[in-house]
Design a protein around this ligand. Structure first.
Ligand SMILES: Nc1nc2c(ncn2[C@@H]2O[C@H](COP(=O)(O)OP(=O)(O)OP(=O)(O)O)[C@@H](O)[C@H]2O)c(=O)[nH]1
Ligand SMILES: [Mg+2]
Ligand SMILES: [Zn+2]
Length: 314
């Protein structure tokens, strides 16, 4: 046997840039990799290789080229965070573009201020996470900029619903221990509105300074979308994090007017009381959800989010 081709280390894809991949093997070695026409996949038509993918490698003779290993097999994905297909830019034949694979939890990052906290946006993310059967963790960053009590009050309904919330200030290094603990041993995808501080948090968590951070636009209060591609970073205490684009880029085709109701946890109980089994909870008489809202069992703000998302789907 050729000694240079010995061994088929398994690894996880840490970085994708063009046709080049960085894979970390189980023993912690990083390989610069490429695919080849014989690369096999267990994931059908979707992106061949994405960040978070488990792959099998064949080490290439050292010193020959830019690449140290070839990806021979991409293993079946447990979960996939996918992107809306941009027809203009995506000339390949892949049907679904995968941002990241095998994610354990979606970390919804919002800021207490600048940009202001939007529960409407949180609800959109939570609906998405529920539809993908992904755990969600909510991080409220920039706690140094806003009254802490008011912010916690605004977030209280999510506590009641059983979503985990971590309050941080990346600027003042507050809440970072709790956040570390919530991320340990997991593969977490960070997402949220531009400018909320995702890259700043990730840089601090990883103890590296690999992600670019940006100033928020002074006029609009919105960030400038500094982050464009996905890179995974290892946490010193175990676990991995990846910075992803915002929800506008996500493929939301799994959410329909018919199934939206199932992604609001608190609706499940009251739904059984609707007069019509196919009740949309918008205009129907004798609606269990509307009654629950009136009785204060369902947060009116959450119901408003339901209506807003319902209206945005056609
Ligand atoms: N006051 C305060 N500012 C922060 C905090 N965290 C981040 N910032 C600032 O907010 C701005 C945006 O931070 P980024 O980390 O680039 O935000 P992002 O979410 O990665 O933005 P995109 O990459 O555009 O999606 C930067 O100027 C940061 O310095 C915080 O906890 N408090
Ligand atoms: Mg960023
Ligand atoms: Zn109803």
């Amino acid at each position: 046997m050729n000694r240079d081709y010995e061994g088929a280390p398994d690894g996880m894809v840490m970085e994708v840039s063009g046709a080049s991949y960085v894979v970390i093997s189980e023993d912690g070695t990083e390989y610069r990799c490429r695919t080849f026409p014989g690369t096999k996949t267990e994931n059908g038509d979707s992106s061949l290789v994405a960040v978070g993918d488990r792959v099998e490698l064949k080490v290439i003779e050292t010193g020959t080229a830019l690449y140290e290993a070839a990806i021979t097999l991409v293993l079946s994905r447990r979960s996939a965070l996918t992107r809306k297909r941009d027809v203009r830019r995506n000339r390949s034949k892949e049907k679904v573009q995968v941002i990241a694979a095998n994610i354990d939890q979606l970390v919804v990052v919002v800021s207490a201020f600048d940009p202001p906290l939007s529960t409407r946006l949180i609800d959109r993310y939570l609906v998405f996470a529920e539809s993908e059967q992904m755990d969600a963790l909510i991080v409220v960053n920039k706690m140094d900029l806003e009254d802490s009590e008011e912010t916690r009050e605004l977030m209280a309904p999510y506590n009641t619903l059983g979503y985990r919330i971590v309050y941080t200030s990346a600027e003042e290094q507050c809440g970072m221990e709790v956040l570390h603990e919530a991320l340990a041993g997991k593969l977490s995808a960070f997402s949220g509105h531009s400018g909320v501080g995702k890259s700043t948090l990730i840089n601090q968590l990883s103890g590296q300074d690999r992600l670019r951070t940006g100033e928020t636009n002074m006029k609009t209060g919105k960030g400038l979308h500094t982050t464009t591609n996905s890179v995974m970073l290892a946490l010193p205490g175990g676990g991995y994090i990846i910075d992803t684009p915002g929800i506008r880029e996500f493929n939301l085709s799994g959410i329909t007017r018919e199934n939206l109701r199932f992604y609001f946890r608190e609706f499940l109980m009251s739904m059984q009381e609707c007069a019509y089994s196919s009740c949309s909870h918008t205009v129907e008489p004798d609606c269990g959800i509307l009654k629950a809202v009136e009785a204060g069992r369902i947060d009116p703000n959450r119901y408003e989010s339901y209506l807003a998302i319902y209206e945005s789907i056609d």
